[in-house]
Write a protein that binds this ligand. Structure first.
Ligand code: AMP
Length: 421
């Protein structure tokens, strides 16, 4: 039987892990600089958390969730996104009673049953940030500034920032009605999916990629022109804030986001190297979600970034760096006595904090030197029976070929003083 990974999943093999570790480090450093702390939540939740939180009429809930019954008959779902579960935890642990805003970030796998293609997988990874408990437009600006500074730190400069405001429970119903009336007059031009959306989620018609739908919505009413006074003022302050901190953006009236919980500011970061799946990340306000999920009224804002797409973008620009680290020392041994001493010496080096590799297979010195070379080790400690008898080892600096005789008693300190990070 041939075994292989499920469609839409990726094995991240050791050679590729350094790139992930590099990005994860930048995520952590950036979030902490902005005052966000990490939160770690389960990979599955009661289905209800997403059905209610993400919204029954969204693509995610309608057709993309990995939902299963566990052995006691409960319906559980592998998390398709992070916001709904952060909200669940915020309510469950009564975090609204503590210092607000509650500012957290997460990194981890998400699961969606989508048609896999480049940049779109069934298990993918997101890093996301959420701030609960403040309606301040400053926080919206910060939420847009954070991923931008993260991309720059990672080495990515080729992206656009798109923003929009989709209003709130006060102004959206009227806008929705206006939009529905406009779209109803153009039914013949809409694709079958959009005809369904027309009834259930008309805003989504605006971001349909179908050319017919795009043409039909060219002159559609724009949500940011139909805001109530509060939403209008809020959005103006967000825009002024973006201008003040020098963030250039595109005001995109088609940007509505696929999740029901959004209100007011929504934004997306669009990669320029990604082809069809060009959304690097996105987010927005979700002022009504905590209350809708059973908590006290709590304005909130957040975003999520796809890690694979960030990696792909960096690779496309040859800008992906790696935190993967080669051994600092390789211990090569020749002869029985030397080999058993080699392990002892390697363990002492590791204990002292040196990344140390050695040969396990009793191979020729030449073969061991070749492996050491390939491993990228900075120094090779060469132990033969003669050296051992004299209580010394030969140490070769690989970069220069320069060789030194070092007493075994002081070899760990000798290397500690010479290896690089
Ligand atoms: P969303 O929660 O749908 O707004 O997604 C946020 C970000 O996650 C997107 O902008 C993508 O970068 C990434 N993303 C969403 N779905 C997938 C997927 N199926 N495969 C890879 N990345 C994804």
């Amino acid at each position: 039987m041939e075994l292989f990974a499920p469609r839409g999943t990726n094995d991240i093999l050791p050679d590729a892990v350094g790139g992930w570790q590099y990005l994860e480090r930048i995520v952590r450093e950036t979030c902490e600089r902005y005052g966000y702390r990490e939160i770690r939540l389960p990979l599955f939740e009661h289905t209800e958390v997403f059905a209610r939180g993400v919204g029954e009429t969204t693509d995610i809930v309608e057709k993309e969730m990995y939902t299963f019954q566990d052995r006691s008959g409960r319906s559980l779902t592998l998390r398709p996104e992070g916001t709904a579960q952060v909200v669940r935890a915020f309510i469950e642990h009564k975090l609204y009673g503590k210092a607000l805003p509650f500012k957290v970030y997460y990194i981890g796998p998400m699961f969606r049953y989508e048609r896999p293609q480049k940049g779109r997988y069934r298990q993918f990874h997101q890093f996301g940030v959420e701030a609960l408990g403040s309606a301040s437009p400053l926080l919206d600006v910060e939420m847009i500034a954070l991923p931008i500074s993260l991309y720059r730190a990672a080495g990515l400069h080729e992206f656009e920032v798109h923003i929009n405001s989709i209003g709130c429970h006060v102004c959206r119903p009227a806008y929705r009605e206006k939009l529905t009336a406009y779209l109803s007059e153009r039914r013949e031009a809409l694709c079958p999916t959009c005809l369904e959306r027309l009834e259930r989620n008309p805003l989504r018609v605006l971001d349909c990629k179908n050319p017919g739908c795009r043409e039909a919505t060219e002159g559609a009413p724009k949500s940011h022109e139909h805001l109530c006074t509060e939403c209008h003022d809020h959005f103006s302050t967000v825009r002024a804030g973006l201008d003040a901190v020098g963030i250039r953006y595109v005001l995109n009236p088609r940007l509505v986001r696929g999740l029901d919980y959004y209100s007011r500011t929504v934004f997306e970061l669009i990669g320029l190297d990604l082809g069809a799946q060009d959304a690097l990340g996105g987010g927005g306000r979700y002022d009504g979600l905590v209350e809708q999920c059973g908590g006290p009224p709590t304005p909130a804002v957040g975003f999520a970034v796809g890690m694979e797409r960030l990696l792909l973008s960096l690779e496309a620009r040859d800008a992906l760096r790696s935190d993967g680290r080669a051994p600092q020392v390789y211990v090569a041994a020749l002869g029985d006595a030397a080999r058993s001493r080699a392990l002892e010496i390697a363990l002492a080096m590791r204990q002292a904090g040196l990344r140390t590799e050695l040969d396990y297979e009793d191979r020729s010195l030449k073969a061991q030197m070749r492996t050491a070379q390939r491993s990228g080790a900075q120094y090779v400690v060469i132990l033969g029976d003669d050296e051992l008898a004299a209580g010394r080892a030969a140490v070769r600096k690989m970069a220069t070929g320069e060789q030194s005789e070092v007493p075994l008693t002081g070899i760990v300190q000798w290397l500690e003083g010479r290896v690089n990070g």
